[in-house]
Design a protein around this ligand. Structure first.
Ligand SMILES: NC(=O)C1=CN([C@@H]2O[C@H](COP(=O)(O)OP(=O)(O)OC[C@H]3O[C@@H](n4cnc5c(N)ncnc54)[C@H](OP(=O)(O)O)[C@@H]3O)[C@@H](O)[C@H]2O)C=CC1
Ligand SMILES: O=C(O)[C@@H]1CCC=N1
Length: 280
């Protein structure tokens, strides 16, 4: 219970902030009166989050909320981090823990803008946080201690599973599990198209595909088997799976996924580099 009595303030009130809020309240690891949420301008959105969670979400209390927080969660787009921190740094202090969910942005970048030694934890959750099933990786900047990692772990365990990584692995995590839900959704979209073209009704296709993905994921988890072994068990020689997989391979399915992850990883590095360059 590292979060008990800690005051948390979100800077950024978008979909990731909402997903984390929902997880923390579902797991009852913090009370609404200890949480405030701020954004740049959208008062309607703040009101929506106040109505939904009962958190302090009043634009007029933005400065006070940031100043009084023990933990600041940065949840704005990468392009907005520099300007947001430059504008708000005078409200922060070295005793606050800074937790960032922003893709590509390094702990060094954040520390340099703040200009003081507040500990910074960089994380990468994903949108399955909304239903408590995020895969989140967390890493610490140079001034963060084991206790800070434990605090961040408690926050992100409320929205799913957590692994601790070195910061230089976080771009790859972003390419794999941060963006990963989108790859799976594209797979479902394509499978649905195929199912309908093969003659199944759309609604039934969706149900069959979802259960197939859930079943395959649970098989991987529960058996601990290598995916190649499980794949081979589905694939009868000369059967339907073999025929389907041959088409996937001839169209470069595996290379496409590997290239996708490498490009998303590279993009995460680019997002950080663009901002670092624009600062110098
Ligand atoms: N979506 C995803 O799948 C994932 C996203 N992330 C990361 O989460 C972060 C947030 O993403 P998401 O929630 O989708 O973004 P949204 O666009 O939904 O929300 C961004 C929020 O940031 C606020 N904001 C912008 N500028 C400032 C500022 N200067 N001061 C205070 N608040 C500001 C916006 O306020 P206003 O509306 O008033 O402008 C808005 O509330 C991103 O950095 C992304 O990389 C991480 C993992 C997964
Ligand atoms: O697309 C993005 O940049 C963010 C980071 C991971 C998922 N969404």
């Amino acid at each position: 219970m590292y979060l008990r009595d800690k005051k948390i303030c979100f800077i950024g009130a978008g979909s990731m902030a909402e997903a984390i809020l929902a997880g923390m309240f579902n797991q009852k690891i913090i009370t609404p009166r200890n949480v405030s949420i701020t954004n740049r301008a959208n008062r309607f959105r703040l009101n929506e989050l106040f109505t939904k969670f009962g958190v302090v979400a009043d634009a007029d209390y933005r400065e006070q909320s940031i100043q009084e927080a023990d933990i600041l969660i940065l949840a704005m787009k990468p392009k907005d981090v520099g300007s947001a921190l430059s504008e708000l740094k005078h409200l922060t202090n070295p005793r606050q823990l800074i937790v960032s969910v922003v893709a590509g942005i390094t702990t060094d970048f954040i520390t340099n803008i703040l200009g003081h030694s507040a500990p910074v934890i960089r994380t990468m959750p994903n949108t399955s946080a909304t239903i408590g099933l995020s895969a989140t990786a967390i890493s610490s900047g140079i001034t963060a201690t084991d206790e800070h990692i434990l605090i961040a772990k408690e926050i992100f365990e409320s929205i799913g599973s957590v692994v601790i990584v070195e910061e230089n692995q976080l771009d790859a995590v972003t390419g794999v599990s941060g963006s990963g839900p989108a790859y799976i959704y594209l797979l479902v979209e394509a499978m649905q198209k195929g199912a309908v073209q093969a003659g199944l009704p759309a609604g039934m296709s969706r149900e069959l595909i979802l259960q197939t993905i859930i079943g395959a994921a649970e098989m991987l988890k529960e058996t601990g088997e290598d995916p190649a072994v499980l794949r081979e068990k589905v694939t009868s020689p000369g059967g339907t799976t073999q025929a389907g997989l041959e088409v996937l391979r001839s169209l470069g399915f595996e290379q496409a996924l590997v290239a996708c992850i490498l490009r998303a990883t590279e993009r995460s590095k680019e997002l950080g580099a663009i901002l670092s360059e624009s600062k110098t």
